[in-house]
Design a protein around this ligand. Structure first.
Ligand code: DPM
Length: 333
């Protein structure tokens, strides 16, 4: 009689973008999975996405649907990879058929930070001189900061974190705005000059958390991912994502959020702003954390009635009319 041979467990292949930040995040996930499942093999496969290739066009102009995720998703649908690690804020709120959000990891500080040029080191955003140039290609940051600091100029900035910091240091900008989480993960927290509080600027949906995407029905992978899920973060992010989905905003719209959990309750604040920062529609809702998605949807419907709909329609029209956005961003060529 031949001995029973159990088939070896399959190797789990993790898809990742090639940027330094993406790789740090992916290797962290690989390491966590390896710790929980020492007998299994986890391999990292890197790929370039459209968003990594187009570096010279303002982000808001090249559309957003899955700019940083599509190639990774094709890899999973073709079964070349089994899961993909994303900055949750770059993952569209509607996923392709056959794929799902398998888990959400514990969130870092979701706020934005100001990185100052050396010459402004004793200044804050509020004390920068009129006309000082702040670099960001986020319409969300642009609209909210314009609202609070109308004396500042805003200029588009692209490229990875190191490129952006180099442009700042070279004097192209007086200050730039970046996510605390990204700087922290790349061990560059020492560049943070000022953390922007939620009263001034709300963060992006999903900011600071990682989202791991996998094939629907891949119970084996879903079982592995359960070990990385952080329930309070997941509840907050599900509320935020439902809010964005209901407003049909892609990742490049002036929509900001803030969430906190108190006991069994979830408090969600949402904002929609016009690009000039003049009109701001903002409200909060509290509900049961277990009904996170319902809360997000409800808050979106409420904001829409309060004027968010008109603001978003104007912005979608503007983005579709090429060239116009350049003026809005007051790019200085
Ligand atoms: C999205 C935005 C930006 C990224 C738009 C926004 C920032 C673009 C810019 C959807 N994705 O935030 O309003 O400032 O030009 C991105 C970063 C991180 C994930 C970098 C950053 C790291 C933080 C995280 C780019 N995606 O925001 O500084 O994991 O949340």
């Amino acid at each position: 009689m031949s001995p029973t041979v159990s088939s070896p467990a399959r190797t789990i292949r993790i898809g990742s973008r090639k940027s330094q930040l993406a790789l740090v995040q992916t290797y962290w996930v690989q390491e966590q999975l390896q710790k929980h499942f020492p007998d299994r093999t986890f391999e990292v496969h890197t790929m370039s996405t459209q968003g990594d290739k187009i570096l010279d066009v303002p982000l808001a102009k090249i559309g957003d649907k899955g700019l940083f995720t599509k190639e990774l998703e094709v890899g999973m649908l073709n079964k070349e990879t089994d899961l993909a690690v994303h900055s949750l804020k770059d993952l569209p709120t509607r996923l392709p058929e056959g794929l799902m959000l398998g888990c959400v990891t514990e969130r870092e500080n979701p706020a934005d930070a100001v990185v100052m040029h050396e010459k402004n080191k004793d200044k804050q955003l509020e004390t920068l001189p009129a006309g000082a140039v702040v670099g960001t290609s986020s319409l969300r940051r642009l609209a909210q900061l314009r609202h609070h600091f109308p004396h500042l100029e805003f200029k588009d900035i692209r490229g990875n974190l190191n490129t952006r910091l180099a442009k700042l240091d070279a004097g192209e900008y007086d200050a730039i705005v970046l996510a605390v989480a990204g700087l922290h993960r790349l061990s560059m927290s020492d560049r943070i000059h000022q953390i922007i509080p939620p009263e001034v600027s709300l963060h992006a949906v999903g900011q600071g958390a990682l989202g791991i995407e996998c094939r629907e029905g891949d119970t084996e992978v879903l079982e592995l991912l359960k070990t990385l899920e952080h329930t309070p973060t997941a509840q907050r992010c599900y509320a935020e994502r439902a809010f964005l989905r209901e407003l049909e905003g892609g990742c490049q719209v002036p929509i900001g959020v803030n969430t906190t959990i108190e006991g069994d309750s979830l408090i969600l604040t949402g904002l929609v702003a016009s690009l000039d920062g003049q009109r701001v529609v903002k409200d909060s809702l509290t509900g049961a954390a277990v009904d996170a998605e319902q809360l997000g949807t409800e808050l979106a419907q409420r904001l829409r009635k309060q004027g968010a709909h008109e603001i978003l329609q104007e912005i979608f029209a503007l983005i579709n009319r090429s060239g116009k956005l350049k003026e809005v961003l007051s790019e200085q060529d």
